[in-house]
Design a protein around this ligand. Sequence first.
Ligand SMILES: O=P(O)(O)O[C@H]1O[C@H](CO)[C@@H](O)[C@H]1O
Ligand SMILES: Nc1nc2[nH]cnc2c(=O)[nH]1
Length: 285
Amino acid sequence: MGDGPSFEEVSSIAQNILGRVKHRPKIGIVCGSGLGGLADDVQDAEILPYSEIPTFPVSTVPGHMGKLVFGILEGKTVVLMRGRLHCYEGYPMWKTTIPIRVMKALGVTTIFLTNAAGGINPDFNVGDMMIIRDHIDLPGLTGECVLRGANDERFGPRFLATVDTYDPELRATCKKVFQDLGLSQLMREGTYVMIGGPTFETVAESRLLKAFGGDSVGMSTVAEAIVARHMGMRVFGLSLITDMCCLSYDTANHTTHEEVLAIGQKRAEDLKAIVMRLLKDTTVE
Ligand SMILES: O=P(O)(O)O[C@H]1O[C@H](CO)[C@@H](O)[C@H]1O
Ligand SMILES: Nc1nc2[nH]cnc2c(=O)[nH]1
């Protein structure tokens, strides 16, 4: 096989995990930069650091602890990735999504992807939350799609339709959650653009992404969503807007990761409330 991982490797990681935890989650949650606080509310938690799972890739970015957290949230059995993997850490794209393939092998059928993202849409404000309606896979469009390489049909099909990557029913449920919690003023919906990073965008790049139809931008999520859909999982995505992209040379501010983490911390409680209520209102088979 060319670009991996092999079905056997994924199965073997899942078997290792299943032998060590009692929980059998149907829902997986990926915590974005600075958004790991969700894991603090997990009841009856079982925690596995990535470094203690044979062949599992490890997180190296501040704000990503690198732990799988199994347990109960809002009455649902879940597994959280407290820390994700990014290409700019040096991983090939396929390797960043090994945990998603492992989640499926563990029995997960629905996945919530959260991220910290820059706002491209000028109507957005820092602290808004954007339900991901669609994405632009910039690496994929330029030949680095996460599904590049030999395809193993046991994972999914060679050619994958990606319209409706983000489950319409889960999006509708989440919109209602914002309303019910009185947080409608923070709710946005739009298109997330994945860039490779680790550089934040230049002014010219931000203008390009806007012209492409992007509403938010970050360095993750899209490959995870594609791989999850490749295996037939239901996907929901939510971006916390941590800063606004510079569309003018006159107002150029310098985004920092510290700023991203600080907004994550500031908005942690609202984000947690939304995800928890969404969990409560989501039915899984
Ligand atoms: O997408 P998450 O993991 O939330 O992290 C976002 O925040 C980091 C930049 O501050 C980048 O890794 C970007 O992708
Ligand atoms: N501008 C910008 N802000 C972010 N916040 C989190 N990720 C990003 C990104 O890729 N770009």
